[in-house]
Design a binder for this molecule. Structure first.
Ligand code: FMN
Length: 167
């Protein structure tokens, strides 16, 4: 699958919105992900309004590119849906990666911003969207048409990381 190999984090976007059909394809890709006991804990806030993107871009020092994205997906997990509570971050990661790959396939650029990587950022996001306590913010994914950057192959294969049959 070329998208796996060519996907790059794209942090500069053209001032161009992302078509509603593409937004739906990205959401469909996310929801096709595997999850523990098929619990599908994900929910999504799709942010496209310029002022809202600007506010969202300020939730961490590392999320500035959100401001100029065509759309940013806020991935959250609904604790009430959890059958396997320990697996929620793994489920959400599978959904996140599916969005990145589908974006590449659709000619879009994308980048993942960690949210659950920091209690502080989780809290800031929860406050910004007045999330109920059972909704856990996980990550943001900014998408848009790339400006001056592109999805290009970088070889990361390292044979020394592979162990056949024994350590
Ligand atoms: C859990 C996670 C958190 C990340 N958080 C950020 C972030 O806060 N800001 C950012 O610019 N990139 C973030 N990234 C993107 C990584 O920096 C990027 O994937 C990595 O440098 C490899 O580059 P590539 O995506 O182009 O292959 C994150 C990626 C992951 C998987």
């Amino acid at each position: 699958m070329n998208a796996i190999f060519n996907r790059r984090s794209i942090r500069k976007f053209k001032d161009q919105s992302v078509e509603p059909e593409k937004i739906e394809k990205l959401l469909r890709a996310a929801m096709q992900a595997p999850s523990a006991a098929n619990q599908q804990p994900w929910e999504f806030i799709v942010v496209q309004d310029k002022a809202a993107l600007e506010a969202l871009s300020q939730i961490s020092p590392y999320s500035k590119p959100v401001a100029n994205s065509g759309a940013t997906f806020v991935l959250v997990a609904n604790e009430k849906a959890l059958l396997v509570p320990t697996a929620w971050q793994q489920d959400m990661s599978a959904a996140a990666e599916n969005i990145l790959l589908e974006a590449t396939e659709l000619g879009l650029g994308s980048v993942w911003f960690g949210v659950a990587t920091s209690e502080e950022v989780m809290e800031t996001l929860s406050k910004l969207y007045a999330l109920p306590s059972y909704i856990k913010p996980f990550a943001m994914i900014a998408v848009g048409y790339p400006e001056g950057q592109g999805n290009v192959f970088v070889d990361r294969y390292k044979a020394e990381k592979v162990h056949f049959d024994k350590w």
